[in-house]
Design a binder for this molecule. Structure first.
Ligand code: NAD
Length: 260
């Protein structure tokens, strides 16, 4: 059912988003990209996807902190590629500090990018999906959408929020051919957690590799990171017809993190 459909994936210039973009493209899905990167990097990503998978791509550089840019991204992607059938709300940032010392602006930015932007893309993408009676919205939450860790108040609040947004919006469209679900990964080795590993390496005066194991051991029983490609496979499954009755769920892929 996927060839010829169009996916808009936020934050798809690196990490999980880029991997999901490639996986969906491999299924014949045209790809709307978003996220920050140098123009030459964006052009390399687009050419690679277009040449390897013979699909169309479009890039919109919306800063997801800015509501009007988010609305424009959905409209322009639809204009360029014809529709937005699949929406993957993936962009996210992290900041680690106690609530007492947490900068107010940082808190607001995290809520804006990790939560409000997903509400806005949903608001503007959903009407056309409902008109066509087919659509998939997949919100990349986190284990932090289900449980908390210290010094991550904004991230945990935003991720719990996006799980709530997923459930509430999924119910609104439950009788239609549109499904809305969340995915909750544990540690995935991307840029987002490199800083956290480096901080541990500096703190304990150990190598980056040793710090990576230490980080995994604290929370992830498998002591193995989730691969971005594995998330791509899960998301592709959620887009399939077999997943048409999966509505409002929060799928963990966390090496056992939330089973504890
Ligand atoms: P990443 O840093 O590799 O990618 C983040 C993407 O978001 C990049 O493309 C970046 O340019 C984009 N982005 C950041 N701020 C933006 C803004 N204001 N406007 C537009 N785009 C913006 O990180 P990742 O690990 O691939 O994270 C992707 C998602 O997965 C995030 O929502 C993150 O919270 C979630 N997640 C990651 C992990 C992990 O261990 N890496 C675990 C659970 C959940």
């Amino acid at each position: 059912n996927l060839p010829g459909k169009v996916a808009l994936i936020t934050g798809s210039t690196s990490g999980i988003g880029l991997s999901v973009a490639k996986k969906l493209a491999s299924q014949g899905v045209h790809i709307g990209l978003n996220g920050f990167a140098k123009p030459e990097e964006i052009s390399v990503i687009r050419k690679e996807i277009e040449n390897q998978f013979k699909v169309k791509t479009f890039y919109h550089g919306a800063d997801l902190k800015e509501g009007p840019q988010v609305k424009n991204m959905v409209q322009e992607t639809r204009k360029a590629l014809g529709s937005v059938d699949i929406l993957v709300n993936n962009a996210g940032i992290q900041y680690i500090e106690s609530a007492v010392n947490f900068p107010e602006q940082k808190f607001n930015d995290i809520i804006a990018i990790n939560l409000t932007a997903a509400f806005l893309t949903t608001k503007y993408a959903l009407p056309q999906m409902l008109d066509r009676n087919w659509g998939r919205i997949i919100n990349i939450a986190s284990v932090h959408g289900l449980v908390a860790s210290v010094n991550k108040c904004a991230y945990v609040a935003a991720k719990h929020g996006i799980v709530g947004l997923t459930k509430a919006t999924a119910l609104e469209v439950a009788k239609t051919g549109v499904t809305i679900n969340a995915v909750c990964p544990g540690w995935v080795m991307t840029k987002l957690i490199e800083t956290q590993i480096q901080q541990r390496a500096d703190q304990y005066k150990i190598s980056f590799e040793e710090a990576q194991i230490k980080l995994l051991e604290e929370k992830q029983p498998s002591v193995t990171p989730v691969q971005t490609e594995q998330l791509g496979d899960l998301i592709t499954f959620l887009c399939s017809d077999s997943a048409s009755q999966i509505k409002g769920s929060a799928y963990t892929m966390d090496g056992g993190w939330t089973a504890q």
